[in-house]
Design a protein around this ligand. Structure first.
Ligand SMILES: [Zn+2]
Length: 248
């Protein structure tokens, strides 16, 4: 039996499934991952320096242009987001994501914990007026039209800490899961690794193009393209439905 079919069977036998997703699940939707962005310079600045609250305060205009260049394209969920969303019909599904692109929610997934917040919602750091991303892009600067305060995303910057409540919620979901599927993350940051260590369920699955080093025992590792894996899972799911109809 090939590994994707194994995964399909394993998901069928699970009830509480947590997906821990990273940039790799967004790239098939056309989103540039941060690793690529950080390897480039923007308007004379190191891009890694731009994604900090201090930079936003000092150069809101550069930050705004940066956001427009890398994050303003309209993107749609891919087979991974859609598959996870469909699973909710029969399973308890929680998604813990490192992504800020809202694609899991756009695919219809209800229970999403965004470790790094989101770029979909913004607020004025002065008067706390809320803005959605569309309004921010339509504005001609990152200055609030009411009081000229700086509008910032409801996201966690590199120099900022993830809230304890978010970590607590993520940890609780992982602790209650019988299956944890880590997808599209090379686990370069501490928090996902910490969360994986809290897993006490049956099946730890890792799906990533490259092998991921982990101290914990991985029950099933699939080193393949995210889209390939989830296209096939979707296909297996659909063929299963056809069989049921045939037997009726
Ligand atoms: Zn304001």
């Amino acid at each position: 039996m090939d590994k994707i079919t194994q995964l399909h069977n394993l998901i069928n036998q699970s009830q509480n499934i947590v997906f821990l997703t990273g940039a790799g699940v967004s790239t098939p939707s056309g989103i540039t991952d941060f690793e690529t962005i950080y390897s480039q310079r923007f308007m004379g600045f190191e891009t890694i320096d731009i994604m900090t609250s201090g930079f936003l305060d000092e150069y809101p205009d550069v930050f705004w242009k940066f956001i427009k260049k890398y994050f303003s394209q309209s993107v749609e969920p891919n087979s991974c987001h859609k598959y996870i969303s469909l699973l909710q019909q029969n399973k308890n599904v929680t998604v813990i994501t490192q992504n800020i692109d809202n694609l899991h929610q756009k695919a219809g997934t209800k229970n999403v914990i965004e470790l790094h917040g989101t770029f979909q919602k913004w607020h004025c750091s002065s008067c706390h007026q809320n803005y959605n991303f569309k309004e921010v892009l339509e504005n001609d600067s990152l200055l609030c039209p009411f009081d000229y305060g700086i509008i910032r995303p409801n996201a966690v910057f590199y120099n900022e800490e993830i809230s304890r409540l978010t970590i607590y919620n993520a940890q609780r979901s992982v602790e209650n899961a019988d299956t944890l599927i880590v997808a599209g993350t090379s686990l370069q940051t501490e928090l996902p690794v910490y969360l994986i260590k809290k897993f006490v369920g049956k099946n730890l699955v890792v799906i990533n193009r490259n092998h991921v080093k982990l101290d914990t025992t991985i029950n099933l590792e699939i080193n393949d393209d995210i889209k390939t894996v989830f296209d096939k899972l979707t296909f297996l799911n659909e063929s299963k439905t056809e069989n049921i109809i045939e037997f009726k």
